[in-house]
Design a protein around this ligand. Structure first.
Ligand SMILES: O=c1[nH]cnc2c1ncn2[C@@H]1O[C@H](CO)[C@@H](O)[C@H]1O
Length: 304
């Protein structure tokens, strides 16, 4: 039986493919929206449009429209004016639910045994849900986080975007006592890049989903190439995939993990590799992922 998941998303280019993948691999019981990549209302539209495009009947819950301290910037230069690459007409007939994402997370954690959270975005919604009802820690089976960088920050010298947008939320979640697995930025860079060869193959599939993939990731691809990558990195999708196929986590280890919240290193992930702090391990860090399996699954999903 499919596992029950909520996908927490700041919906822009790569997030949409994570939504698609999550709907194929899991029982996706809700998409919760959080501020991050682009304008919040636009993110909601992007999620609704994606679900309508793929004819998926999944409720969308609007969450926090700003990080806890509200110090962040959106990154239209990464994802396109509306966050969806070349797709600019993003109207749909769908509407978001009235219930707030924080309440939906708390309610769904009671309704579904073993609910898991796929957090491919800043952690504001989950942190607020935990603050409102700390007992969700006992009910949520697992939290999969795309976030943090070992050292190659994609937003500042040291910080990855999701942790950088809301480091206070990341800190709250990391210290809450959830069963956490983190997929850091560099691991996704190594295992989830779409180079020209692969991009052309996806383009040639010429299916409804491959056409969507190519259009929605067009700006991310250009931006990534301009910054020295071979193409777009499907970071959020890899996280969803590893949550589904744990055997594709080739190397991982549990550590004490924290997040820096101060000035220049704000959003930096702190991993106690040598157990200097003697503090209890609070997260499993993925160190290496199986690229081949991920690409094969992505390709299969885009073939239909
Ligand atoms: O410059 C960027 N490159 C890749 N992903 C980015 C960038 N800026 C924001 N994101 C978003 O942050 C996470 C990865 O750090 C992904 O969730 C992606 O949607």
């Amino acid at each position: 039986m499919a596992r029950n998941v909520i996908l927490d998303s700041d919906t822009a280019s790569d997030d949409t493919i994570a939504i698609l993948l999550a709907s194929k691999l899991f029982n996706l019981v809700g998409v919760t929206i959080v501020s991050g990549n682009v304008n919040f209302e636009q993110e909601v539209k992007n999620a609704l449009f994606t679900l309508e495009y793929f004819n998926m009947d999944v409720p969308v819950f609007m969450g926090s429209s700003r990080p806890i301290l509200g110090i962040w910037k959106t990154v239209e230069e990464v994802h396109g004016k509306k966050g969806m690459g070349k797709i600019e007409h993003l109207e749909s007939n769908r509407k978001a639910e009235k219930e707030h994402a924080v309440d939906a997370i708390i309610r769904l954690s009671k309704e579904y045994d073993n609910l898991e959270i796929l957090a491919v975005s800043p952690l504001t919604n989950l942190a607020l849900a935990y603050l409102k009802d700390p007992s969700i820690v006992q009910r949520i089976r697992k939290v999969w986080i795309m976030g943090g960088a070992f050292s190659r920050g994609n937003t500042t010298c040291i910080a990855e975007f999701n942790f950088w947008v809301d480091p206070e939320a990341a800190k709250i979640v990391l210290h809450a006592g959830f069963d956490i697995t983190i997929v850091p930025w560099e691991v996704t860079e190594d295992a989830a890049f779409i180079d020209d060869n692969l991009w052309n193959k996806i383009e040639k599939l010429n299916t409804r989903s491959s056409n969507f993939f190519v259009s929605v990731n067009s700006t991310l691809r250009e931006y990534s190439k301009a910054h020295g990558a071979p193409g777009s990195v499907q970071t959020d999708s890899l996280t969803v995939y590893l949550a589904y196929d744990n055997s594709s986590i080739l190397k991982s280890k549990k550590y004490f993990v924290d997040v820096e919240t101060c000035s220049i290193s704000r959003g930096a992930m702190l991993i106690d590799f040598y157990k200097n702090s003697k503090r209890k391990c609070n997260a499993e860090i993925v160190l290496e992922a199986n690229r081949e399996n991920f690409i094969k699954t992505l390709f299969n999903v885009l073939s239909n």
